[in-house]
Design a protein around this ligand. Structure first.
Ligand code: 76R
Length: 247
């Protein structure tokens, strides 16, 4: 048996995609819409307070295309907290005007493919990557992916050495995008339908296409990458919520 990579696991992630029921939303009076948004923004304030204490992070995004209208992404130290958040959000009045579009459950993951002599428990940089405060960069991209297990192309049958050398090449490509794209890799084996979730942030949306395209030519993606549905959108600040829901 090939040696499994060892993972460091950080905060649990819940990507929640919704479609807005605009016809029903439009039928409300503007007073009702205001009060529903007020209730939602009060809930968002509690998420902000959690983030200020570094006990989690969250982001709200508008999504382009017919797959979803919004994504809410929550990160918390335990899956239990994510369950509470999902339940609490579903009980808001705003949630009555949303329909589920997609969701993804995972946990922030770092692996030991690249050698490091740091003690992860003590190293502030590693801790910050395991428990990331989500950047407010303008654009977001999310997709789930697998490593292929097919015929001669079986990632899970390769030696640790071969996998490490391919991951090094993968990491070298990624590093050229430092400052342009930030990535959060979250593992989802046992939690969801794919093996990883890939969440990317960029200031310039075109950088997603450039990075993902360049990686397609790198062996680890070219030979072993299988990809789910791609979502792309914009980060919303609290100030963007009211204009987004204005009709
Ligand atoms: O963590 C590190 O920075 C070390 C190097 C590294 C690892 C181990 C790294 C760097 N990644 C790692 C693991 Mn990655 N990554 C993806 C995708 O679309 C595609 O083809 C793939 C989707 C992108 C865009 C991306 C970006 N990476 C992983 C894993 C787990 C593999 C496993 O355990 O088998 C997956 C699934 C994955 C996928 N990666 C980087 C990036 C970028 C931008 C970097 C450079 C980070 C930096 O050095 O700042």
């Amino acid at each position: 048996m090939a040696e499994p990579a060892k993972t460091l696991d950080g905060w649990y992630c819940y990507h929640d995609f919704r479609t807005i029921d605009w016809p029903a939303w439009k039928q409300l009076s503007s007073e009702e819409r205001d009060s529903i948004l007020k209730e939602f923004l009060t809930m968002v304030e509690t998420w902000d307070a959690t983030q200020a204490k570094f006990e989690g992070s969250h982001g709200i995004y508008s999504i382009l295309g017919q797959k979803a209208d919004i994504m809410i992404l929550w990160l918390r130290p335990t899956m239990d907290e994510l369950m509470e958040l999902e339940g609490a959000f579903n009980k808001t009045r705003l949630a009555e005007f949303t329909k589920p579009a997609y969701s993804y459950v995972s946990v922030v993951e770092l692996s030991n493919y690249l050698p490091s002599d740091k003690d992860p428990a003590q190293d502030p940089e590693i801790q910050a990557r395991l428990k990331p405060i989500l950047p407010k960069w303008k654009y977001v991209c999310f997709y789930p992916m697998d490593k292929r297990r097919q015929g001669n192309d079986n990632w899970y049958m390769l030696s640790m050495e071969d996998r490490s050398s391919m991951m090094r090449s993968h990491g070298m490509i990624g590093r050229q995008y430092a400052g342009k794209v930030r990535q959060i890799i979250s593992g989802s084996v046992g939690f969801d339908d794919w093996e990883w979730g890939v969440t990317l942030y960029a200031h310039d949306v075109l950088e997603f296409k450039k990075l993902v395209y360049e990686m397609r030519f790198d062996e680890v993606s070219a030979r072993y990458g299988e990809f789910g549905t791609f979502y792309v959108g914009q980060t919303m600040d609290e100030d963007d919520i009211k204009p987004f829901f204005a009709v």
